[in-house]
Structure formats: C-alpha cells, structure tokens
Design a protein around this ligand. Structure first.
Ligand code: KIV
Ligand code: ZN
Length: 498
C-alpha cells in the first residue's frame, strides 16, 4: 500500500501575508470550504493573536468547515497559545501550531539567547499547548539553516513533550534539494522517538526550489507537506499544492498518495487568484494559462496523434475541461450557470439574473468570455468598501493634444466633480480625483495587466498608493483601462478615507 502524505494548506495564513492579498472573513470562509472540497487534511486558518480579524476568521472557519483539521499559528508565547485555543473552540478537529527559531541567526540575533534556552522554550511551549489541545504541531523556524545535530535535539525534545507533528521549515528558501533531503534523513536516523510524530516540511521558494525541496524531503521520510494554492506566499512564495500533489500522482515510483481530489485543483486555483487579486503567471506549472497550451506546430501535431507524446498530465485530471462550452453573447443563462458551477459558485435566482445581465453587456464588447471575466461578473474577485464610488469619467486624450479628464465621485451619497489635465489619460483622471479628495497621495506602484489576449480584453489594475507614509492597495478590472486605473485609485483611497 502507498504511503499517505498529509496536505497542510497555509494559503490563509502564510499566503495571506502577501501585501495586497488580504481577505475578509467571508472570503476566507469561501476559500476554506473550497479547500475542504479539494480534500486537504489541514487548513492553517490564521495567526489569532496577530489581529482581531485573524482571530475572528479562525473562529468562523472553525464553524464552517467539517472534515479538515483547523490549525492556528502561535509563537512560543503562552498568551499566543491561549488565544489560539480560544479561536479554535468551535473546530471539530483542532491543532495548535507553535514554535520558535532554531538557527543560530534566530537564536543570537532575534532572541539574543542560547541554544539551551531555546530548547527549553521549545519544550515548554509544546507542553503548554498540550493543556488546550491534543494535536500540537511544533515548528523549528529556519530549520533549513539550523545545524542538524542541534535540530535533532530540538525535535526529540518536542516529541517527548507531546508534539504530534514536527515542522521543519526552510524559512528563507536557502536549501538545495539534496541538502534538505539529507536533513530529513538525518532526523529520521538520529531522533530516537521519531516514530511518535509526523515530520512536516514547509519550504519557501526564494531560489525557486520549494517544490524540489519538498519532494526531496518526502523521499526521505517527511509525511506532511505544507503548501499554498498557486504557491502564493511572502516574497517568492511557498511550495505550491498543485505541484507537490501532481508530482506524487505522476511519479508512481514515489509510492505516495494524498487525499486531494485533483479535479478540483483548477477551480480552487482560480478562486484563490481571483479573491486575492493575485494573477497566476501564464507559465505556472499545472495551473498557468499556458500549462497545457501547445503553440508550436510540431507539438500540436504530436498531441493530436497521442496526447502523451507531449503531455505528462491529462488537463482533465486537474479540472481543466478542454471541451467546456465557450461563452459568447449567444450563450444562455443555463450556460452561464453551468460555468459558474464549474468555478464552484452557486448563485440564487436573483443574483444569477444580475450576473447574466452583466454577462450580456460584457459579451457585447468582448468576443469570448473567460473564467476570470465570469468571476468578476459574479462579484467573486473583490468586495469593495463603497464609501467612495466613481460616478462618471470622461477623458480626452490622443497624440498632439493634452489629456484632460472630468471625474464625478459619489462620496457617501454626495456628488462631487472635478476636471484636470495630465501627461496622459490616467494621470489626468487621477489628478481630477485628487482635486476632490484634497489629500497628499502618491501612486507608488501601478500595474495594468490584460487577463487574456486581444484588444477587447478586460484589464486588471493593481495600484499601491502612499498616504501619510502608509501604503494602501487598490484593485479594479474593466474593459476600459483608464476607468480601471481610476477605480483602482479610488479603491485604495477607500481603505483610508473613513
Ligand atoms: O516560514 C516559516 O518558517 C513559517 C513558520 C511560521 C512555520 O511560516
Ligand atoms: Zn512560511
């Protein structure tokens, strides 16, 4: 029988730490339910002591989800652990994930401490967490750069203290695959009570090796992989769920099985990308737009004759249905409902009618409606705070003329108008908004991204606005990129104008 690999998803904790990817509780519940349908074993729902919002999300996800274990992160601090236990009170299966940095970098520079003291703290935090829950996972932060002999002492100590799972993170994404594999092998061979706990790995992708390191660890005995959907996460991200799961599925010789329903991978990927406003790079393994697109004639010919000549994964295995109906202006309500269902969205009659109306309007302007468009239409990409709304926008621009914009804003029901010029239509529109808002705001980052291809595409705009030294993120999507830019600016303003 194959060995079971437990999938621990940290999209809602490590993934959600990415600037601009913050979710509200309703969105987190939606993702948690999608992860449950996907078949993950553990959902890391948040870091409850970090903010009231994170605490509440762990509470609500605990209520909403049935099968997966709900996990809450803490530092090796008693108050963190108490707060996590309280947040987990409604979870059917609960786990506290506590830990401390074990590398000399952390011990000396972060804690100004010694190896012996850190070992004691590690053991103490596990013992303390055991007062609240049976299932306690310990993380040795920066284990990737922790000397193996000391790491083995820590692992042995925390298992003796009752840890059910011990997490070996490569926090900085520094390790090479064989080095990380050897680290796990060393622990398997040198920790006397290793059979009493599951060894987990949590890799970051700073050198693009998160998946390789995770697989190397699995080959050497790790049996829990900590992952995120689409590999999202701080800096270069975390190990991506879809890559680890599909590697295990493709490479039968690894003899590893997971509980993941791989046919839900694509749906979950789209949902996370859309709710977090985080586009998936086109050539991303497994879930990127081009992952199964063959453009070279030789490849197309090969695939037509026998798919396996050029494809190691059947797109249907990850839920990409090549035969799915193309939605156009002639598609009916039933076709839209079917596509929404495939995307994991069920709308009540009234909401479906509204979505269908928006769909017809967009289909009039755009030949082919994509899944991203559908998510936007269904309102699943963003839940804006609507104190400030763009009422109207008129822009004159072109070659050899000044760009001028007239903007109308609705601020909590009151109407305001302004007109401004700029070095281009976006600059003019933003200057007009600034005239109404009267605050010192500077656009720091501005990214316009086409969702697919073609001049009739929907443009997504990501913007960061500096106000009073803090950065606020704004997003919008529109077939008119000047309107999308202006709306993204307003979206960011909505985050600080209360
Ligand atoms: O990267 C890391 O070390 C972490 C721990 C908190 C598990 O995210
Ligand atoms: Zn991490």
């Amino acid at each position: 029988m194959s060995d079971r690999l437990f999938i621990f998803d940290t999209t809602l904790r490590d993934g959600e730490q990415v600037p601009g990817c913050q979710l509200n509780t309703i969105e987190k519940i939606e993702i948690a339910k999608s992860l449950e349908m996907l078949g993950v074993d553990v959902i890391e729902a948040g870091f409850p002591v970090s903010s009231p919002g994170d605490f509440q999300s762990v509470v609500e996800i605990s209520k909403a989800v049935t099968w997966p274990t709900i996990c809450a992160l803490t530092r090796a601090v008693e108050n963190d652990i108490r707060v996590a236990a309280e947040a987990l009170q409604y979870a059917k299966h609960k786990r506290i994930h506590t830990g401390i940095g074990t590398s000399d970098y952390h011990i000396r520079h972060k804690f100004n401490s010694t190896r012996e003291e850190i070992l004691e703290r590690a053991i103490a935090c596990v013992k303390y967490a055991k007062n609240f829950v049976e299932d306690v996972q310990f993380y040795a932060e920066d284990a990737g750069r922790t000397e193996n002999e000391y790491l083995a002492r820590v692992v042995e100590g925390v298992i003796a203290a009752g840890a059910t799972v011990v997490n070996i993170p490569d926090t900085t994404g520094y390790c090479l695959p064989w080095e990380f594999g050897d680290k796990i092998k060393y622990l398997m061979e040198n920790v006397r009570n290793i059979d009493k706990a599951i060894i987990a790995v949590h890799c970051h992708n700073d050198l693009g090796m998160a998946t390789a390191n995770t697989i190397a660890a699995i080959c050497n005995g790790a049996r829990q992989a900590e992952v995120t959907i689409n590999g999202i996460g701080e800096r270069a991200g975390n190990t991506s769920l879809e890559e680890v799961v599909m590697t295990c599925k493709c490479h039968k010789e690894l003899d590893i099985e997971t509980n993941i329903n791989t046919q839900r991978i694509y749906t979950t990927s789209r949902l996370v990308s859309s709710l977090m406003n985080m586009p998936v790079q086109a050539n991303k393994a497994i879930v990127g737009r081009n992952a199964f697109a063959h453009s070279s004639g030789i490849h197309q010919d090969g695939v037509l004759k026998n798919r396996e000549s050029y494809e190691i994964i059947d797109p249907k295995d990850v839920g990409i249905d090549e035969n799915s109906i193309l939605l156009t202006a002639r598609s009916g309500r039933a076709a839209l409902k079917h596509r929404l269902h495939i995307l994991g969205i069920e709308l009540e009659r009234e909401a479906l009618d509204k979505a269908y109306e928006s769909f017809l309007k967009l289909a009039d302007r755009k030949k082919e409606i994509t899944d991203d468009d559908i998510l936007i239409i269904a309102g699943k990409h963003h839940v804006p705070n609507r104190r400030l709304k763009l009422d109207f926008l008129q822009v004159t621009s072109g070659v050899g003329v000044h760009s001028v914009a007239s903007v109308g804003l609705d601020i909590a029901g009151e109407k305001f108008e302004a007109c401004a010029s700029g070095n281009g239509p976006v600059d003019a529109a933003i200057s007009a908004v600034k005239q109404i808002i009267h605050r010192q705001m500077v656009v720091k980052e501005f990214l316009i991204q086409a969702m697919n291809k073609g001049s009739n595409d929907v443009g997504k705009v990501h913007m960061t606005v500096d106000y009073n030294g803090s950065h606020y993120y704004g997003f919008s999507a529109n077939t008119d990129i000047v309107a999308a830019s202006c709306e993204a600016f307003i979206d960011a303003i909505n985050k600080f104008v209360k």
